[in-house]
Ligand binder design. Structure first.
Ligand code: HEC
Length: 117
């Protein structure tokens, strides 16, 4: 049944489910944060190319978190890359610039992405 929903709706539904039912799990980020962050990501148009757990056009954000786990020097690099766009780190595809999302929102999202379990 979930397969029929558009991806964004499915993600948001998942965020809602997290609030309702996942409070007792081992998630490291607060479920309420996840829902708010997914909403911000949706508004910022990230979810047309990204999913938390699935590779779409862009890498799954959990894979991004895994790759940079423990690195304190990557936040600014990633913020700049998302803002300006770029390629070469994950494959041949190109991330277009996301300037309309704004640097503050992008920084918030990158910080959250880096904490994903
Ligand atoms: C047009 C599709 C598209 C959109 C929209 C998009 N991305 Fe990406 N993103 C990609 C692709 C493709 C890559 C892989 C780029 C590469 O291989 O270097 C990527 C990579 C990334 C990375 C990892 C970069 C690295 O160097 O490891 C992060 C973090 C990221 N995106 C976050 C975001 C956020 C946050 C947004 C929304 C503000 C966003 N993306 C919007 C396609 C997109």
């Amino acid at each position: 049944m979930t397969a029929k929903l558009p991806r964004t709706a499915r993600l948001l539904a998942c965020g809602g489910a997290l609030i309702l039912s996942c409070t007792a799990t081992t998630a490291t980020a607060e479920p309420a944060d996840n829902a708010a962050m997914l909403e911000l990501a949706d508004r910022s148009r990230c979810l047309t190319c990204h999913d938390v757990s699935e590779t779409l056009r862009g890498p799954a954000w959990r894979d991004v978190a895994k790759r940079y786990r423990g690195r304190t020097d990557v936040e600014e690099m990633l913020v700049k890359k998302v803002y300006e766009g770029g390629s070469g780190a994950w494959g041949d595809d190109y991330m277009s610039a996301n300037k309309r999302a704004g640097l503050d929102n992008i920084r918030t999202l990158v910080r959250w992405i880096l904490t994903l379990p």
